[in-house]
Unconditional design. Structure first.
Length: 226
């Protein structure tokens, strides 16, 4: 069994599209019918995230931590208790490619670190897109770590003790722990996901926070990001 774990804190606007994409990935022919357990970890949600998620086949568990590290860890714990051999992680504001899970598995590694892409730059506009394209490595061998596009085998995850209870960079801490024990990590651009460039983000040190910091550091007065 494979598992997909999605932490969610007030994600009613985006969780539906995320889960629909995951359901397509879970039925990809290359998985040869292996069961895929989709887990949404509701973290202190006060909106209709749960109601939207219940319209899919996902299983819902709840925490009240407001902490993405705890939410991911709880989802992983639940998946492992049911016998999952592979843990795939994405975010509620992210849409995964139809072959996303299949590609992760085909890389035959202890962990897979994938890249992200953005199709709608919203209020950041063209200058941020240009800056991202110029500075982000969307190719095999990259060194990016995104909780929105991450996979790890159950044995390797358990060997390093799983996610730390961090409000951000929990994904980085996990991958660094895997590296420290010599895990085989695929730094691949093959598993594709599209994530959001929203200004109202959840993790204080995550992708959304990084975009805002870059935007503030490079004023767009001349229409270009230096």
């Amino acid at each position: 069994m494979l598992a997909v774990i999605i932490p969610a804190n007030n994600e009613e606007a985006s969780i539906g599209a995320c889960l629909r994409s995951v359901e397509v990935a879970a039925s990809w022919p290359g998985l040869h019918g292996e069961q895929v357990l989709v887990i949404v970890v509701l973290d202190a949600c006060t909106d209709d995230t749960a109601q939207v998620a219940t319209q899919t086949s996902a299983r819902l568990i709840s925490v009240a931590a407001r902490n993405v590290g705890i939410a991911r860890a709880e989802g992983a714990r639940y998946a492992l208790s049911l016998g999952a051999r592979w843990l795939a992680f994405t975010d509620a504001d992210t849409v995964v490619a139809p072959d996303w899970l299949h590609v992760q598995m085909s890389l035959c590694s202890d962990a897979v670190c994938g890249t992200v892409s953005v199709t709608d730059w919203g209020t950041y506009g063209e200058p941020m897109r240009q800056h991202f394209d110029a500075t982000y490595t969307d190719a095999d061998g990259h060194q990016h770590i995104h909780g929105a596009n991450l996979g790890v085998c159950a044995r390797a995850y358990q060997r390093v003790g799983g996610f730390e209870p961090l409000a951000s960079s929990e994904d980085v801490a996990l991958v660094r722990a895997l590296q420290a024990v010599g895990a085989r990590i695929a730094w691949s651009a093959a598993p594709r996901v599209v994530t959001s460039a929203r200004r109202v983000f959840r993790a204080p040190g995550g992708f959304g926070s990084t975009l805002l910091r870059v935007s503030e550091a490079h004023p767009q007065s001349d229409g270009r990001v230096p």
